[in-house]
Design a protein around this ligand. Sequence first.
Ligand SMILES: NC(=O)c1ccc[n+]([C@@H]2O[C@H](COP(=O)([O-])OP(=O)(O)OC[C@H]3O[C@@H](n4cnc5c(N)ncnc54)[C@H](O)[C@@H]3O)[C@@H](O)[C@H]2O)c1
Length: 461
Amino acid sequence: MTPTSTTPTTRRDFLGKSAVTAGALTVAQSAWAAGSDQIKVGLIGSGGRGSGAANQALSTKQEGVVLHAICDAFKEKAEGALSNLRTKHADKVKVDDSRIFAGLDGYKKVIDSCDLVILTTPPGFRPYHFEAAINAGKHVFMEKPVAVDAPGVRKVIEMAKVADEKNLKVVVGLQRRYQNCYLDALKQVKEQNIIGDIVSGQVYWNGGGIWFRDKQPGQSELMYQINNWYFFTWLCGDHINEQHIHNIDVANWFIGGHPESAQGMGGRMQRVDKKYGQIYDHHYVEYTYANGVRVNSQCRHQQGVYNAVREEFTGTKGKIYLNNSGACYAVDHKGNTIWKYRPSGGAAAGAEGEQKGKKSRRSGSDPDPYQVEHDTLQAAIRDNKPLNNAYYGAESTMTSVLGRMATYSGKEIKWDEAFNSKVQHMPAIVTAETEPPAKPTADGGYPVAIPGQQIPGAEVL
Ligand SMILES: NC(=O)c1ccc[n+]([C@@H]2O[C@H](COP(=O)([O-])OP(=O)(O)OC[C@H]3O[C@@H](n4cnc5c(N)ncnc54)[C@H](O)[C@@H]3O)[C@@H](O)[C@H]2O)c1
């Protein structure tokens, strides 16, 4: 029950997916397909998720997978991650000191020396690291979101086509697409038609907030922003993009396409101190899909308020409730339960949404979707099967960015207008000498978008 490919062909036009020629398919062969017994993994961005993803890459059942090179913007983070990985996988961590790279160009050296790269820096860098990896003919696991702005999304789509032409495999860390409860729910909706046609939905990522990293003595403004990346649009894309993309992606996936327009509202109410960069602490967006299907999206970083991380869809025959705890179920319009997710070998998780069954990201004996991502990727490389999640990763990233454009501007924005936007928050090349795109303001803060106004340094479209 794992997804193997990309995006329904109905969306081929938007994505501009090219037909892959037979000749192009022979361009690249994986290390395994070419008869090598080893696959060298490289980690680019060795923070929390990078360490987790590298651990998962080394925890598959495949023989011959080794961690070969590592980099981080900060040397101590690369060394810290490596030390933890050595503790767990002493026999698979083969990173010579000469292959521990620090700084903003370390990614090039990791890409050069490895077969499969894990891209887990802040998302702003993703399109350009993905471009370098695909141009170099490497397989990719990359975390969501895959960009922070429309030019970045377009770059990812352009490189996704090149990945297809080179027969490279790409997985994007939208792990709900690899999670059994979501896959079963999708089958119920699409194949069994249990709720009929979807007419509306609600998606939520309302949580208490995120870490903050203070400026260190002697640290440049650029390196401060990169370390404290969450609070800067050019690096993070705001939390509607960074976290809420998971739920927005579920909406696109279940509805089978991207919205046609969005309008919304948002701002900073609790997290108002100037030190908190540019991002909002809440966004509400009304997305309109084809045939007037509406999805309401909420995400919030506030304390002492209603929290929820989940999705629900209303159809002509009933409603389905989804939650990554495994508490997924459907009811008809009279409230009768018509489906409840039952994990393999385990009891069904709590059935009333996020309050129950909260203990883990999976339920019963279901596999960990974070692990399934790497199992699937390595199996596709070994068996030379098509696998490229970059198209839907780009589409859902664009949907989140569209939402942010709507909340930052306060205007209704059409998909095409957003997708073709020239506003590029993230420079394609960032070196230690680059001026940080977010310029500190005279009052000690940073430019923050205000709906209905043009704020220099916080351009929207
Ligand atoms: N799928 C999921 O559930 C999930 C969960 C957590 C994070 N993520 C994603 O993973 C990514 C990383 O998040 P995180 O929580 O690990 O953040 P983090 O801050 O812990 O790690 C990011 C690391 O990248 C490094 N870095 C920054 N710029 C770099 C560059 N140019 N080259 C090399 N290294 C660089 C940082 O120093 C840091 O160590 C984000 O895109 C985030 O959205 C996904």
